[in-house]
Design a protein around this ligand. Structure first.
Ligand code: ZN
Length: 342
């Protein structure tokens, strides 16, 4: 069946059955629409306000998420769906088309900073990216209690692959989120600072939803393990949280019991590049380090005879991320280290 092209008010996200849509949001300057692929599967026991949504391409240059969700369009069978599953392989259709983090061909806004007051409802915040945020708020949030936002490192960071969430005050919500995050099988489960405004997952968390993000790969590529982890995490969440029939076994570092939970909340976790230079990693992401250990070197080729600047771990723990692009602008958090919780 061809996908139905519809404005948001033409979507049926509630009746039992499967529907495949292109959600059409008006283009900012052309006679045309941005088309967001969205598939909804609703089982007979679906409860109002409950369901799972998974998004790929919140950022347009991170590709494991879109690949995982594209596979799940075929892999999830409607007859196994108990509750509601909403699959959005490419949420920011504008940024995905340009292969960039933000919607550079349109309003140049980063969707993962666009969940702010007035997004899509005030004239000053009415470009495509803020209107995507408005669409998620008005049509998706009221129908789901599980949110999985699949990210990767893009061109700037290499990662020890992880699932992630912010520190959550409600201990019950926090426990379910941590369990859901562990099932991805990634080497790390990360809790990260929650000071950046406008994040999609922060808003979902504030609304009390079981919210998990990821970093599944890097370098604008598609990583073998990243795709496995992403697929596993979405299916495990759907099964364990009552949206999908089936059984699933742990994989990867979850199965091997080599997974670590790591916190990157303190400012000290982020090592800042003091000048623009070229970064050389000396140890891989995922390595254990002590505070002050040299993780990499920053070279200044305008002072080619000078010794490189040592990039030191800010805390004792595990190296979560490092600059991927060798050219690092001054001020970049080019080494990120996390404290080990378990
Ligand atoms: Zn991202």
């Amino acid at each position: 069946m061809p996908r139905i092209i519809t404005r948001p008010d033409g979507l049926d996200l509630d009746s039992p059955g499967r529907r495949d849509y292109w959600v059409a949001l008006e283009h900012d300057s052309l006679w045309g629409d941005h088309l967001i692929p969205l598939t909804v599967m609703v089982g007979k026991k679906c409860k109002p306000g409950e369901g799972l949504v998974t998004f790929g391409s919140n950022h347009g240059n991170e590709y494991e998420g879109p690949v995982v969700i594209k596979h799940l369009l075929k892999e999830i069978d409607l007859k196994d769906v108990v509750g509601r599953i909403i699959l959005v392989p490419v949420l920011n259709a504008s940024a995905f088309k340009s292969g960039t983090r933000s919607s550079v061909r349109d309003d140049d806004v980063n969707l993962n900073r666009a969940f702010v007051d007035g997004a899509g409802t005030t004239t000053s915040l009415n470009g495509i990216t803020h209107r995507i945020a408005r669409f998620v708020r008005e049509y998706i949030w009221p129908r789901v209690h599980i949110v999985i936002d699949l990210h990767s490192g893009g061109p700037n960071y290499r990662f020890a692959q992880c699932s992630s969430f912010h520190p959550i005050d409600d201990p019950e919500q926090s426990k379910v989120i941590e369990d859901t995050a562990r099932w991805f099988g990634t080497p790390l489960v990360i809790t990260y600072q929650n000071v950046t405004p406008g994040l999609l997952p922060s808003e979902a968390e504030r609304l009390g939803k079981i919210t998990v993000g990821t970093e599944l790969g890097w370098g604008e590529a598609v990583d073998i393990d990243g795709v496995k982890y992403g697929r596993q995490g979405v299916l495990a969440a759907a099964i364990h949280l009552g949206q999908l029939k089936g059984r699933i076994k742990p994989i990867g570092h979850h199965a091997a019991k080599t997974q670590h939970r790591v916190e990157m909340v303190d400012r000290a976790c982020f090592t800042v590049a003091p000048f623009t230079g070229h970064y050389e990693p000396l140890i891989p992401c995922g390595a254990k380090v002590k505070k002050g250990d040299v993780v990499g070197l920053l070279h200044d080729f305008e002072r080619v005879d000078d010794a490189p600047h040592p990039a030191r771990a800010g805390v004792t723990g595990i190296v979560i991320a490092q600059a991927y692009r060798s050219t690092v602008p001054q001020g970049t958090h080019y080494v990120v280290t996390g404290k080990v919780v378990w």
